[in-house]
Design a protein around this ligand. Structure first.
Ligand SMILES: [Zn+2]
Length: 404
């Protein structure tokens, strides 16, 4: 018997209300740093505020401590601390709705208490300024994952590069051939202290090295499937398979170019068209990278926008990861507040219930839907915590970074 549509909607609503709903990448702090707003009010940031998060049944978003490439060697750790402070101010201002969390147990406790658990993840390994001491201090400050690079290759890990630049060439980002020796030490130290390793943004060679070196399962906090959209930020089927086989996670990014080949192709065509003008700007502002960035952004904004994906693409990517990496390997890392092109029908944090309903409609079991929403992350986080506990007798790494 085929369930009536109403039955599915009712089941989805009930399931979603009970479920732990995790989103591993939300860029609200960066937006609040540019323009402070009270998250109790609708529209506080592009895609997040308490009313919309409540509507979406969100249990545990990771606030991204996003350190832009421009801060590399220019106050990166300070920028991270500023965004950690913003996160604390947001949580402290709303004790009835929000609570800071740093463990799987604290996420469950928040759900029980009817609160939204806010966690933190650093985006951009340059934030630790090549210091294992700073890495450990970030953990003590409550940070629970670190994306090894942003779009910049840092002193110890290669990035997949700045794919949005008209003269993008991934070869320019391949400096170490993956992780340097110090990069491998960073990864092992992250295992020891219980900091989740995030491979979104890193190069394919870095992913290969991380999978070889890491003693804990790893996560891509906001990346989708390259088989469905060839943007270099997405993962190949082979990578998804390997991440899944090691107990790791792929958290789906909902940016339209990440979801839909048509959207990404349009973007690439736009970059090719503006390239001559961009190269002129690059020559003109050779000594002023901030100005160049602003001018390049303005140039791209003047072009017609790529078509937005349909929201059901999000579910197609979830199903692709299930097929390739297994049903334990997938979740959501929407990248809200960090993307300008969410799909039509999935514009902000109020809309996670659509995922539950669509997955049920497509015949996934309630247990499977709960896994996608958050239980996969909870089990993964617990596995990382177990590795940390097993390594408790290992002394802190003493390596000091030095330029060769
Ligand atoms: Zn990102």
């Amino acid at each position: 018997m085929i369930a009536r549509a109403d039955d599915v909607a009712t089941r989805a609503q009930k399931l979603h209300a009970e479920a732990i709903v995790v989103d591993t990448h939300l860029d609200a702090p960066d937006q609040l740093a540019s323009k402070w707003a009270d998250v109790a009010n609708r529209g506080a940031t592009d895609h997040f505020d308490i009313p919309r998060a409540r509507q979406g049944g969100l249990t545990a978003p990771f606030f991204s401590i996003y350190v832009a490439a421009g801060y590399a060697d220019h106050g990166a750790a300070r920028r991270a601390l500023d965004l950690i402070d913003i996160t604390h101010r947001v949580v402290d201002g709303h004790p009835r709705d929000l609570t800071l969390a740093a463990s799987s147990a604290e996420i469950r406790a928040a759900k029980k208490a009817g609160k939204i658990a806010i966690l933190m993840g650093i985006e951009g390994g340059h934030a630790i300024e090549d210091s294992l001491g700073v890495l450990r201090e970030m953990y003590r400050a409550g940070v629970r994952y670190m994306t090894l690079t942003h779009t910049n290759t840092n002193h110890w890990a290669d990035s997949s590069g700045p794919f949005y630049e008209p003269d993008f060439d991934p070869k320019k980002s391949a400096v170490h051939g993956g992780l340097s020796d110090f990069g491998k030490t960073v990864v092992k130290e992250m295992n020891r202290i219980g900091m989740i390793i995030d491979v979104s943004h890193v190069s394919d060679a870095t992913i290969r090295d991380v999978l070889e070196v890491s003693r804990a399962p790893v996560m891509a906090s906001h990346s989708s499937c390259r088989a469905l959209s060839s943007i270099p930020r997405n993962l190949t089927d082979d990578q998804i398979k390997q991440i899944g086989a090691k107990g790791g996670l792929v958290m789906i990014n909902v940016g339209s170019a990440f979801l839909d080949q048509k959207s990404y192709d349009h973007f690439v065509a736009t970059l090719a068209r503006v390239k001559p003008e961009y190269l002129k700007l690059k020559a003109q502002y050779a000594k002023d990278p901030a100005k160049l960035r602003a001018e390049a952004t303005a140039l791209l904004k003047r072009q017609d926008r790529a078509p937005r994906a349909d929201w059901t693409k999000v579910v197609e990517h979830i199903e692709r990861v299930i097929k390739v990496g297994g049903e334990d390997a997938v979740g959501i890392g929407a990248d809200f507040d960090g993307i300008e092109d969410p799909p039509i029908g999935f514009e902000d944090v109020s809309l996670y219930p659509r995922i539950s309903e669509e997955l049920l409609r497509r015949g996934h079991s309630e247990a499977q839907v709960k896994k996608v929403l958050g239980e996969n992350f909870m089990a993964f986080f617990a596995r990382v915590e177990t590795v940390r506990d097993k390594l408790a007798s290992e002394p802190p790494a003493t390596a000091v970074y030095s330029e060769k």
